[in-house]
Design a protein around this ligand. Structure first.
Ligand SMILES: Cc1cc2nc3c(=O)[nH]c(=O)nc-3n(C[C@H](O)[C@H](O)[C@H](O)COP(=O)(O)OP(=O)(O)OC[C@H]3O[C@@H](n4cnc5c(N)ncnc54)[C@H](O)[C@@H]3O)c2cc1C
Ligand code: SF4
Ligand code: SF4
Ligand code: SF4
Length: 398
């Protein structure tokens, strides 16, 4: 039998944690690479060669999900599509997009239809899975964590609950669907799969990069500050800044171009090759309202796609109950706003060959070396983007 060693060796691991969350021998733990990808580390002395980790790994048989993506123009099954917002101001205010994910979970809690939700929060500037059981805890886990999280390492802890909803990136959801197919009884308590649209994560060392650049601009940033990767409160939705908020609530911000420039250097190879941006296997997918006509760019909103009868019924209930306010929106607008046509170029990965090569080369050195080089490059590129942005504004282009 094989384990997932070859998946990791071939740079196909997304760090989803499914292998870790299912290994019957507890032979796996997750660790960071020098640049900050999350990968499983296998204790071969403890491994009993059962092969389960490989069977449930979403990167094993990647071809199948890639084919499903290509066959559906990267969009997957669609029952209905919406531009929507939470009707609850306390949720909308703290949300990444329109607060639709948190509202959906809160709705299910209020109705007694779930007793736990698997979501993601932030711990010591790292994304961390959390199993929450109340609405208040949900609010603490709002906003997107763009650094890697091994969500599915939480699977054993979910056994304590009867009705569970999961919010995950496409690779997380793919892992859970595999498990549900293999062990329908064991995972029957996972009743709702809510997916996020995913343009890729940033390796964990981006935290060091943004902090260094942020400190140059703003002075010291404490290690206990929470990082909001895209906080619209301090600008508008489209140019939402990075914000560092310390324990006393004081806020330091950094231009959005810095995060975008980090993407060039710190997007892991697996994300470069990923075609499942639209979370094909979930019940409902949620994303930012890029490209939607009439979108209020100051406040922003969510796009929501229901993928099956279960997701559609839930969406209809929330609209009827006025938990969510929204209107249908054309799927073509979502596809355009998410740049799905560009996925076609990435099908064979050659378009990102250089970036992938440079990323892997940097993985051979130390974190400190890589961070120093990337800081310089990111600062330079972000300054250039700011400059060209101003020129475009002056000339009224775009
Ligand atoms: C890595 C990443 C890449 C993304 N890329 C895109 C994109 O390309 N296009 C797009 O339209 N949208 C993208 N999104 C989704 C978008 O940023 C919002 O998360 C989504 O619209 C939900 O917003 P909301 O206001 O409804 O949720 P909120 O009310 O803000 O709640 C956010 C929910 O997402 C969960 N969450 C946060 N981070 C993670 C994570 N890393 N893994 C799993 N769950 C998480 C939280 O636990 C919470 O339940 C991405 C999100 C992430 C995390
Ligand atoms: S082969 Fe089985 S025992 Fe070995 S790491 Fe994978 S799941 Fe664990
Ligand atoms: S299951 Fe997830 S974490 Fe484990 S090897 Fe596969 S992709 Fe990586
Ligand atoms: S781009 Fe794909 S592999 Fe990367 S985090 Fe998103 S779903 Fe996972």
């Amino acid at each position: 039998m094989e384990n997932v060693t070859n998946i990791v060796a071939n740079e196909l691991c997304s760090g989803c944690g499914t292998c870790n969350g299912t290994c019957p021998a507890h032979a796996i733990h997750m660790d960071f690479t020098p640049l900050g990808r999350l990968i499983p580390v296998i204790d071969e002395k403890v491994c009993i060669d059962c092969g389960l980790c490989l069977r449930v790994c979403p990167s094993n048989g990647l071809a199948e999900i890639r084919k499903a993506a290509i066959d559906t123009e990267f969009m997957g099954d669609v029952v209905s599509a919406w531009f929507a917002k939470s009707a609850d101001p306390s949720i909308f205010e703290n949300a990444q997009s329109g607060g639709a994910v948190t509202t959906t979970l809160a709705f299910l809690f209020d109705q007694g239809r779930i007793d736990a939700a698997l979501v993601v929060g932030q711990e010591k500037q790292k994304a961390q899975y959390r199993i929450v059981t109340t609405k208040q805890e949900l609010l603490d886990c709002q906003s997107s964590q763009y650094t890697p999280v091994d969500l599915n390492s939480a699977l054993p802890e979910l056994a304590d609950f009867s009705h569970v909803a999961v919010v995950g990136l496409p690779c997380h959801i793919e892992g859970i669907v595999r498990l549900k197919n293999l062990f329908p009884e064991r995972y029957s308590n996972i009743e709702y799969l809510f997916g996020l649209i995913c343009g890729g994560v940033l390796a964990q060392s981006c935290v060091e990069v943004v902090k260094r650049i942020g400190q140059k601009k703003n002075g010291p940033i404490s290690d206990d500050s929470r990082i909001f990767w895209r906080l619209r409160k301090y600008s508008n939705y489209k140019q939402a800044k990075i914000a560092f908020v310390d324990r006393k609530g004081s806020v330091k911000t950094l231009d959005n171009n810095v995060r975008l420039s980090c993407k060039v250097h710190l997007t892991p190879p697996r994300c470069r090759l990923c075609l499942d941006k639209m979370n094909l296997l979930c019940d409902i997918v949620f994303g930012d309202s890029w490209g939607i006509t009439g979108d209020d760019t100051k406040g922003g909103g969510s796009v929501i796609i229901t993928r099956n009868a279960k997701g559609q019924a839930l969406m209809e209930e929330m609209l009827a109950n006025k938990s969510i306010v929204g209107r249908p929106c054309p799927i073509s607008e979502i596809a355009k706003g998410q740049h799905l046509a560009e996925k076609r170029e990435a099908i064979d990965g050659t378009v990102f060959k250089k970036e992938i090569g440079t990323f892997l080369e940097r993985e051979k050195g130390t974190t400190a070396e890589a961070v120093a080089v990337i800081c310089k490059k990111v600062s330079k590129r972000a300054a250039w983007k700011r400059f060209t942005g101003k020129i475009r504004k002056l000339l009224k282009i775009g």
